[in-house]
Structure formats: C-alpha cells, structure tokens
Design a protein around this ligand. Sequence first.
Ligand SMILES: [Zn+2]
Ligand SMILES: [Zn+2]
Length: 352
Amino acid sequence: MNKRILSILVTLLCLFSLCACDELFGAESQSGTVSGRLEVHFLDVGQADSALLLCDGESLLIDGGNSEDSSLLYSYLRNHGVKRLDCIIATHPHEDHVGGIIGALSYVNEVGTVYSPVAEDGNYFFNRMASKLKDFGVSVTVPSVGDRFRLGEAEVVFLGPVELKDDVNQNSLVCKVNYGEVSFLFTGDAERPAEKKMLETGEDLSATVLKVGHHGSASSTCYEFLRAVNPSYAVISCERNNSYGHPDDGLLSRLKDEGAEILRTDRSGHIVFTTDGAVLSVETEKEASSAVSADETGEDGEPYMYVGNISSKKYHRPDCSGLPSEKNTVYFYSLEEAIGAGFTPCGLCKPE
Ligand SMILES: [Zn+2]
Ligand SMILES: [Zn+2]
C-alpha cells in the first residue's frame, strides 16, 4: 500500500510552555505522563463516520459507518487483531453512524460498555445494533455530560449533548480523548446549536485534532467553536463527489483561517494518527479512488453471506438477481442472524 507520511511535532510549544509555567497545566485536564501509545484510525467509510481508537491494549469504536461498511469494519478489526471492543460510542442513531457497527459486532467476541445518547430509538439500524448487543449481554448506556472513563492511559470525557433537542444530529454524543499533551475531539453530527451550548458550559474544548462535525456541512463548526477548539488538524469524513456538497467551501475557509491542517477521508482514505502523548504523527492512505469499490465483497474480499431487503424483509444470496437498492440493504453474516432479525428467504435464489 502506498502511503504518504506526515510527521509533525505538534507539541513543542506546549513542552516549552510546560517548562516555563508549570502551574498552568492542572492535573485535572491533563493526564500527566503516559508511557504507551494511542492510535486513532479515522476509517474511510464514504459519506459516513467511523473511528477506531487503540490505546495500551484497549479499544474504542466511535461509530461504524453505514450498513454497507459492515464488511470493512469486520475486516479492519480482524486485520488489527481486535477481538474485544472495550467500548463503543454510537454518537447518534443515524444509519451512517450506527449501520456498520453490526459488522464490528459480527467479528468481536467481547464488548464492554456501549454509549449512545438514547437507550431506544425507532431507527432500524440502531435497533439492529441493540438487539445484537443482547447476544453479548450488553445494553446501551446513556452518559451525562462530564462522565469520563479510561481507555488504557487515555481519558475519555463526554462534553455533549448539553441539552437534548428535537433533532437527532444536535443530540450527538461529543467526547474528548486526552492522552498526555495530545487530545482528540469527536463531534458526531453536532451542528451550531449544539456547539453554542457546549461553549456556554465553559468546558475546555481545546483539542489537537478535531473530527469536524456533520461531514463538513456548512451548519457545523462555527468560528466561535473553532476558536475554542483551536485544532492543529481537522479531519473531515465524507465521500468524494457526495450529493450534499460536503465539505462546504465556507467551512474549509474557516478551518484555513484558524490554521488547521485539513485531512479528508474522500481524498486520503483511512487516516491514522499515532501519539505517545507528546509527539503526534499521521499516516494516510494515498489518494486511490479505485480502492473504494464496495460491492458484494468487502475491501478485503470478505463476503457478505446474505443480503437483506429492509422493506420486503427477505434475505438473498449475494448473487441473486433480485437484490434491493442500497438504501434498503442490510447485510447478514449468518443465516441465524437473518432469521433472528425477522427476515425470510427469497423464493428466487433460495438462500440456505
Ligand atoms: Zn452523519
Ligand atoms: Zn446524523
């Protein structure tokens, strides 16, 4: 695989400051000395969102892309030897965030805690995830702002949603991951109203890397929020030539004005940050649009065993001539799973 490597010492300034004025760095917000390493993988899941964090032997999945990304999630975890997910954060129950989590759950043996802004939702893909979680004996936990947990030596703290609104995107779980002097802020699909509420709390929103809200839409990442975050890097998860026009031109110029280096999954593929808590490096897949060719097989040739049609509730063999449109498609890794989800076999391809 061709790779482009950028390696930047983002924290030199911080280290100088630390020497000069120790008292500015309270023990509360900084995790102090860390001895291992944190990897943050922003997966190229097209017009969707997914990040896998690996820290000191522990793992956290933040969103899982669309249902059609299930195979990619499955392969990615397998290729990285992740048989246990210590934590899953489903930022909000939209398909492009929770749909592909099923692929991850089809691979792992164990799941720790699963966070979501709601315990129940009418969304098909959310329910599918929740019912698969029952096999692991896990139910969804709804965190409060300020709740925190450890991922290895990293600290994860929830910063939003501050106030629940009548809009699923605004209710996205927002969390910050601190590892030594380096931090990452994940915003799901939160937009301006949610950003304003977070600003009002006076919490420390600053982060070295910002996962830009809502795939780079115009309605997210307002100047005020951006100034509070003050990121060195801004990661945008979107699909090449997507119909939404993401990322928005105005947003790109806001990010440039603030001096953030912009990384986009539509151009760079998977984007992987690695840090020891002081030095941060980033590695990206080179531009390779031909690599994005999801059909019946995943990136690694991992077969979808059964293809379900959400509206007819039939499941098919992947080579059936009567496959549903992408919008109505779900993938199953076993017959058991398809039947368990209430699907019946297609009379044409007779899957068994
Ligand atoms: Zn989204
Ligand atoms: Zn959304």
